[in-house]
Design a protein around this ligand. Structure first.
Ligand code: 1CP
Length: 346
């Protein structure tokens, strides 16, 4: 397993054939997912080990991607810790009680033995998944403190995370308590996945691009670092990804990541130009090409390989998640195309 090319790329060892997985490869674009999920809510499916394992394996079986991404959600840990949160279809995570005041933060549940026990369905799902995947590695994941806290503070999805960004400026001590709580929540969730068999982790700070670098360094970076520190003693690569975060790549790496996920807005060679030499990168095919012609898709894939050719390691991915309306065959064909390329000629 440690020999898997994808893990080697994440450690900075190049293979001739590109390795690829897709963010949000499990889920709504797959008919087998939709039929399995029928009658079960999103969050219930995440705590049913057999279901979570099967959904994780579906895209690996179908597309022949080089890794599974554990089927769960960034708010699953909050649910397991006892918070009222649902994933509303077509909307996303919605919390019963937004967390905005000192009293709200005082009322957050402790993250001790009870939380560790509640993580058992996650461990069981990871064990089942890893057994099913065989030599294909499983990537575990968690949400970073800023992105998860933004759902808790706003109460649900929001465009610019204004309340969250205002909280960190107006009540920095309250923000720090909330972010530290999420770091513990997500950190333990990550560690549980790795101890149960995940071979790499990705920390999703999807919405971090709404922060300037100074705010990131002052109010967020230490909490993301605390999250990643939960797995830093374990021998797994740590990928850190944000959307629209071109200005934050270095501080995100400095938070304790070993590889950086880049979205489709920034060319990989430009990312490599700002990151310290030797940093492995992941990305960054524009998801929009999934809705164009095969010719355009393959041209984009080639250009991403070329832009990543100078990296110490490169794992191909999309610049953000698979849109739910994607034709699955398009992804299968893209994987086959990538596997037929020789990066030494890219
Ligand atoms: O293949 C996979 O990646 C599936 C596992 C997975 C992951 C890694 C899911 C299942 N969610 C996530 C992470 C996640 N969840 C992120 C980070 C990745 C990203 O940026 O895309 C974020 C921001 C969320 C929050 C979330 N959960 C949203 C976004 C809402 C918003 O603010 O715009 C949504 C729509 C969900 C629901 C969800 N999570 C996962 C699935 C399959 C779904 C859809 C559920 C359904 O309606 O059936």
């Amino acid at each position: 397993m440690a020999d898997a090319s994808l893990l080697q790329e994440l450690r900075g060892v190049r293979a001739p054939t590109p390795s690829v997985w897709f963010m949000r490869q499990a889920g709504r674009s797959l008919p087998e997912y939709r039929s399995l999920r029928e009658g079960t809510t999103m969050l219930d499916s995440c705590v049913r080990p057999d279901m979570a394992a099967e959904i994780t394996v579906q895209p690996v079986r179908r597309h022949r991607v080089d890794a599974g991404i554990f089927f769960s959600d960034i708010v699953v840990p909050a649910r397991l810790a006892g918070l009222g949160v649902e994933i509303q279809p077509g909307v996303g995570p919605v919390f019963d009680h937004p967390v905005r005041t000192e009293a709200d933060i005082d009322a957050l549940p402790a993250l001790g033995d009870r939380y560790e026990a509640a993580l058992e369905p996650i461990r069981e799902a990871v064990r089942l998944t890893v057994a099913e995947l065989g030599t294909t590695p499983l990537i575990g994941f968690a949400g970073a403190p800023f992105t998860v806290a933004s759902y808790m503070v706003e109460g649900g999805p929001s465009r610019d995370h204004l309340r969250t960004r205002a909280l960190m400026r107006s009540r920095p001590e309250l923000w720090a308590r909330l972010a530290a709580w999420v770091a513990e929540l997500s950190g333990r969730f990550l560690r549980a996945q790795v101890l149960a068999g995940a071979s790499a982790v990705q920390l999703f700070d999807s919405w971090v691009g709404s922060l300037g670098e100074d705010v990131y360094r002052t109010h967020v970076q230490a909490h993301s670092a605390a999250t990643l520190a939960h797995v830093a003693d374990l021998p797994v690569p740590r990928i850190h990804f944000g959307v629209g975060a071109a200005h934050l790549l270095t501080p995100m790496l400095e938070a304790g990541a070993t590889a950086i996920g880049v979205d489709h807005r920034l060319r990989l060679d430009r990312a490599l130009g700002v990151l310290p030499a030797g940093t492995p990168v992941q990305g960054n095919i524009d998801p929009a090409v999934l809705f164009t012609s095969e010719e355009a898709r393959f041209a984009e894939a080639r250009s991403v390989l070329t832009a990543g050719a100078g990296a110490s390691g490169h794992v191909v991915n999309l610049g953000h998640g698979v849109p739910p309306t994607t034709d699955p065959q398009v992804l299968t064909d893209l994987v086959a195309f990538l596997h037929a390329q020789d990066v030494r000629r890219a």
